[in-house]
Design a protein around this ligand. Structure first.
Ligand code: MGP
Length: 205
């Protein structure tokens, strides 16, 4: 029979081993980046600068993203980016485009922000809520986009089934709590946006 001291020692070693294990997320997530100022130089070039930056599936990798070069510094503070840019965090395997099959019938909730630090805070809160699976309708979520713009920054939460009003309303309500927004926000269908850039929102919360 092992002595008490040996058991204590083995237990402590085991606990240390467990503590060292990375904290697995429910699923894989990918950061994407798009320098919109470059894209807009050519007609119909939307998405030509869209790049996958980094895929991760543990809490540790999320915080220590091995994103190359200067993008690393910006991923948690997108508003510091000097030009028009989009930062995305999407579920692994889903591309942040209307054309992706998971997004094709979807839409997005959008929040605008006039203050740069607000964009960064809302972005970080949303990232943590997504990887921490805070939404009841997690299956409905595609990802989030932070759009850094000179006039007004934007944050958009993309979801899968635009026609499922109940799911979108629940997600919209929850998201407002997470990012601490009191103003009304609107949900647009991608299908409407394809037809008309300034299409009206279909749901409000
Ligand atoms: P946007 O960036 O979603 O709209 O789309 P916004 O907020 O009005 O524009 P911005 O100036 O703040 O960037 C702007 C335009 O980009 C659309 O009208 C499309 O022409 C093109 N576009 C945007 N998205 C998200 C897509 C997409 O997923 N696929 C394609 N093909 N074009 C897109």
């Amino acid at each position: 029979m092992a002595s008490e001291a040996a058991v204590v020692e083995a237990t402590a070693a085991g606990a240390e081993e467990v503590a060292k294990q990375p904290h697995k997320l429910e699923r894989k997530w990918t950061f994407w980046f798009d320098n919109q100022s470059k894209a807009k130089q050519g007609a119909g070039a939307w998405g030509s600068g869209l790049r996958k930056a980094y895929t991760f599936d543990t809490v540790e990798e999320f915080w220590c993203s091995e994103v190359s070069g200067s993008l690393y510094d910006q991923i948690f503070r997108p508003s510091k980016f000097p030009a028009n840019a989009d930062f995305h965090l999407f579920k692994g395997g889903i591309e942040p485009k209307w054309e992706d099959p998971e997004c094709a019938n979807g839409g997005k909730w959008t929040v605008t922000s006039n203050k740069k630090p607000d964009l960064d805070n809302m972005w970080l809160e949303t990232l943590m809520a997504l990887i921490g699976e805070q939404f009841d309708e997690a299956d409905e979520i595609c990802g989030v986009v932070a759009s850094v713009r000179q006039r007004q920054d934007k944050l958009a939460l993309w979801t899968k089934t635009a026609s499922n009003e109940a799911a979108q309303m629940s997600i919209g309500r929850k998201w407002k709590e997470i990012i601490d927004v009191a103003d009304k926000i609107s949900y647009n269908f991608h299908d409407d946006a394809k037809k008309e850039r300034s299409a009206k929102g279909r749901y409000n919360v």
